[in-house]
Write a protein that binds this ligand. Structure first.
Ligand SMILES: [Mn+2]
Length: 190
């Protein structure tokens, strides 16, 4: 099984919000790894869309594009990618947005749209980036090997003049980093 922990700490009145997903066994199964790598790829695509001048929804749109393409490649969705995006077919697996404002509260105050348009990012704004894929244990529409897998990866970023800085980059995130951490933890326990 996978364990998903969504947690944060608060220091000097500022909040954080991090999610990591890791395998109980210490090693991802091939299917868990495929889903994990896809979520990670979606998150990387979102980071690339966070910069001054980009608007709030660009990062979310990037995650939707990558996740939908990946779900088709893995055989979890069937059809043409753009049509699946237009019909929101991806929402069967990715039903939330890519992030939220972060600051003095975990879900901080702040508008996401201004005058009906997505808000444009500015240096100093802090937000979370947290794509996920969740396959119901009872999802009869997909092959049995995929059922029950859920992955979310959440990091905190601040918009810089050039792009964004990942504030939580010190927390292991890749498959290799997480499997190495699990192995080290097991050795420590032994
Ligand atoms: Mn969050």
């Amino acid at each position: 099984d996978l364990v998903l922990i969504d947690a944060g700490c608060e220091i000097d009145c500022y909040a954080s919000d991090i999610t990591r997903t890791f395998p109980v066994s210490g090693r991802f199964s091939p299917e868990q790894k495929a889903i994990y790598e896809l979520v990670l790829k979606a998150q990387a695509a979102a980071f690339a869309e966070i910069a001054p001048g980009k608007h709030w929804n660009h990062a979310h749109e990037a995650t939707v594009q990558v996740i939908t393409e990946g779900l088709v490649e893995l055989g979890l969705l069937e059809g043409e990618v753009q049509a699946l995006i237009d019909s929101e077919a991806y929402r069967a697996f990715y039903m939330h947005r890519a992030g939220h404002w972060l600051g003095m509260d975990v879900h901080d105050v702040g508008e996401y749209k201004v005058g009906g348009e997505w808000r444009v990012l500015e240096p100093g704004m802090a937000l979370t980036v947290e794509p996920g894929i969740y396959i119901g244990a009872d999802n009869q529409a997909v092959a049995k090997k995929w059922r029950g897998i859920g992955v979310r990866i959440e990091d905190d970023v601040v918009v810089t003049r050039q792009g964004c800085e990942i504030l939580t980059s010190g927390v292991p995130r890749t498959v290799a980093e997480i499997e190495a951490l699990m192995l080290a933890a097991r050795k420590d326990a032994a």
